[in-house]
Design a protein around this ligand. Structure first.
Ligand code: NIG
Ligand code: FE
Length: 418
């Protein structure tokens, strides 16, 4: 037996004697209503990984002898959950907004700072200056934080370039770091188009940036909000992106109900994200649709905004996912475990619902639910060992050191074990 941290990765990895293996039940996605809260828990269990996939999961008493050399990891007093899937981040940015954070603490609002040319545009200035190599370096740092918080699959958006060169650089950097890139050219109108306006900027995005962006990204996203893009410009941008082969996402109902849910449904978007301002009609419409509502409670907390109506959405039958929204302005937070804590304390979800929302349902938003988000035979061998014998510590230990070891593609990629 050799230490898995040193293992070549080609040998099978057996994680044995786990107190629990917990994962959303069944194999379907997205999970809705009562199904969202169904987690299967195996006690005194093992997980066997071969060639990057999970080849078996079961009770220790059923574990037969394994032929050939196998790396082993002692799972005693630990519990395993699926690798966490962060389906909404802006992790590819340069600079910070710590000064803005201080101003907000003294009473300035996020929207006021945005309207005054700060906010997103201050990160645009830093991101343009960083250059592609600089951006790759900062994304690497951010990914190291995300990994130690248990994130094994991540999406990241462009949207801090707002010019051809930097938008494409952001998408390349995300792709090269193993992420799932989303083209958020329509994040806000850059200074170059301040006088011609949002419609002229959308024309530029569609004709000059989209053809190449569509080769790099999997989806497109737009910030549909007062002070950013209205419904007509958002529709034109998203329709062009869809024609170029991209899946569609929207930032909607963050500050106002500006038509994000109806537009997402009309266009068959994968998701509409934020929903802090969504009312009863939006909840009913989303519940009757295939669009997933991606909820970002760390952003609501960071901006001291109302929380999204998660309980009402789930009870109405809507599919929801949870994500961090990791970015320097509205959610400087890379921790999905913290997001699950907020889901249980502020959104009225159970630990089981929170787990499904940032594993199976988040993987569904990224069109990867057939191989990510579950600890099940045939799935990618991505899972997190929690430093507790009850998996619910994921949400229970508020901002605690709950992640013990992270396994991705059947290999230990991070461990805090001594
Ligand atoms: O999801 N609201 C728009 N975009 C991001 C914030 C980006 C920023 O402030 O830099 C969000 O909250
Ligand atoms: Fe966002």
């Amino acid at each position: 037996m050799t230490s898995p941290a040193e293992g070549a990765g080609s040998r099978p990895l057996l994680v044995r004697d786990l107190a629990q293996v917990a994962a959303p039940a069944g194999l379907s996605s997205p999970l809705r209503g009562g199904d969202l809260g169904k987690v299967e828990v195996l006690e005194d269990a093992y997980v066997l990984c071969e060639r990057g996939r999970i080849s078996a999961v079961g009770a220790m008493r059923e574990l037969g002898s394994l032929p050939g050399e196998v790396d082993e990891l002692d799972g005693r007093a630990l519990s395993a959950v699926p690798g966490l899937v962060d389906c909404h981040t802006h992790a590819c940015f340069a600079g910070d907004r710590v000064e803005e954070f201080s101003l907000r603490a003294a009473g300035a609002s996020y929207e006021e700072l945005h309207a005054a040319g700060g906010g997103i545009l201050s990160t645009v200035r830093a991101t343009r200056e960083a250059g592609e190599a600089g951006l790759a370096g900062t994304l690497d740092l951010h990914l190291s934080w995300m990994l130690r918080a248990g994130t094994t699959t991540f999406e990241a958006k462009s949207g801090y370039g707002l010019d051809r060169e930097t938008e494409l650089a952001q998408l390349r950097v995300v792709r090269d770091a193993g992420g799932i890139p989303t083209f958020l050219g329509a994040h806000t109108v850059p200074p170059e188009f301040a006088h011609t306006g949002a419609a002229a900027y959308v024309d530029f995005l569609v004709s000059e940036v989209l053809p190449e962006a569509a080769q790099l990204a999997e989806a497109a996203d737009v910030f549909l909000e007062r002070g950013a893009f209205g419904v007509d410009d958002a529709r034109r941008y998203l329709e062009a992106c869809r024609s170029a082969g991209l899946a569609l996402r929207l930032h909607g109902d963050q500050f106002t109900e500006a038509g994000g849910i109806p537009l997402a449904i009309e266009l068959g978007a994968r998701s509409v994200d934020h929903l802090e301002s969504t009312g009863a009609r939006g909840i009913a419409a989303l519940a009757a649709s295939e669009v997933v509502g991606v909820l970002l409670p760390a952003s609501a907390l960071f901006l001291d905004r109302p929380m999204p109506p998660a309980r009402a959405l789930v009870d109405a039958g809507a599919a929801i996912a949870l994500a961090t929204d990791f970015n320097p302005g509205s959610a400087f937070c890379e921790s999905l475990p913290l997001v699950t804590s907020l889901a249980c304390t502020k959104l009225g979800l159970s630990p089981a619902e929170a787990l499904a929302a940032c594993t199976v349902n988040a993987a569904h938003v990224l069109a990867r639910a057939d191989r990510k988000g579950r600890v099940a035979r045939g799935f990618d061998a991505d899972f997190v060992l929690l430093a507790a014998d009850d998996w619910r510590y994921l949400a229970y230990h508020l901002a605690g050191p709950v992640v013990h070891t992270v396994i991705r593609d059947g290999r230990v990629v991070w461990t805090g074990a001594a």
